[in-house]
Design a protein around this ligand. Structure first.
Ligand code: G1P
Length: 289
């Protein structure tokens, strides 16, 4: 069955990126010349997704505006003869069908996904988180959709995480079943390094079936008053087989300042002009420090 819809939760407070994210959604931070959220939507579209269900909140309207048609801007660019920019701007508003759903009270990732229930309906869907960007030849979520086509069961994207960072992730307990594919025996959200069942951390890419909604509806609030997606997946793993897929690509945690800077550099050096200029700037800056 073709997966047509992707849920993208963007309602969080962005506490890790304060004060930069106080008035601007962190998803709108630029990576070279495009906001993070555009890379995420483009990844979904490149995998054949047609409809984006953005789970948003107060103060995040810039995200939906970014993908909207902007008559005034297009008119100005057209009158000024800036055809190249006009094409770029038009393309953004034509990327996919956008549905915006307000989460209201942001009660965690599981709750955010649950907010998408009616818009998703009775079909499998993808979930992409804006904190994780993956630069890969085959778009990350497309790799996972291929695995879903074969296994027809929920797939969680994972990557190997160093021991000193594992407490920041949902972690899977697995048994390998094929190249990069694992059967999930259990999941634990943000364990201590001693309690982590493996070094495979969940990155923000999931392919889910609608059965997750029923489970999430019954997941109790955790200590911080939130409904976790990992807890939902753990519940789901008792009802049906679910799998982990070790993604291929360079993954950046853009919610972390070092990850964000590395991601910017990664995309900047793809441009030959910026690559050369950055090399000079780097030597200049380090030389003077
Ligand atoms: C969320 C998930 C976590 C996952 C992480 C990936 O955590 O709850 O399981 O490993 O995203 O970025 P957050 O980073 O929102 O705290």
């Amino acid at each position: 069955m073709k997966i047509r819809k992707a849920v993208i939760p963007v309602a969080g407070w962005g506490t890790r990126t304060l004060p930069a994210s106080k008035a601007i959604p962190k998803e709108m931070f630029p990576i070279v010349d495009k906001p993070v959220i555009q890379y995420i939507v483009e990844e979904a579209v490149a995998a054949g997704i047609e409809q984006i269900i953005m789970i948003t909140s107060k103060g995040k309207s810039a995200i939906m505006d970014h993908f909207d048609f902007s008559y005034e801007l297009e008119d100005v660019l057209s009158k000024k003869g800036k055809t190249e920019l006009l094409t770029i701007v038009k393309k953004v508003s034509q990327l996919a069908k956008m549905v915006g759903i307000r989460q209201g009270n942001p009660l965690g990732l599981g709750h955010a996904v649950l907010c998408g229930k009616d818009a998703v309906g009775d079909e499998p869907f993808a979930v992409l988180l804006g904190d994780d960007m993956v630069d890969s030849e085959i778009p990350c979520i497309k790799q996972m959709l291929k695995v879903f086509e074969e296994l027809k069961a929920p797939i969680v994207g994972v990557c190997q995480v160093p021991e000193d960072k594992i407490h920041l992730y949902g972690v899977v307990d697995v048994k390998p079943i094929a190249d990069r594919v694992y059967g999930i025996k259990g999941l634990v959200e943000k364990p201590t390094k001693q309690a982590a069942p493996s070094n495979l951390g969940i990155i923000g890419r999931y392919v889910l079936t609608p059965s997750i909604f029923e489970v999430l509806e019954h997941v109790p609030f955790d200590k911080s008053g939130e409904i976790g997606l990992t807890e939902g997946l753990s519940g789901l793993s008792h009802l049906c087989p679910i799998y982990a897929y070790e993604i291929v690509g360079k993954r950046f945690d853009v919610g972390d300042r070092l990850g964000y800077l590395k991601c910017n550099l990664n995309y900047a050096i793809k441009d030959p002009y910026l690559r050369e200029q950055l090399r000079k700037a780097w030597e200049e800056l380090l030389g003077n420090s």
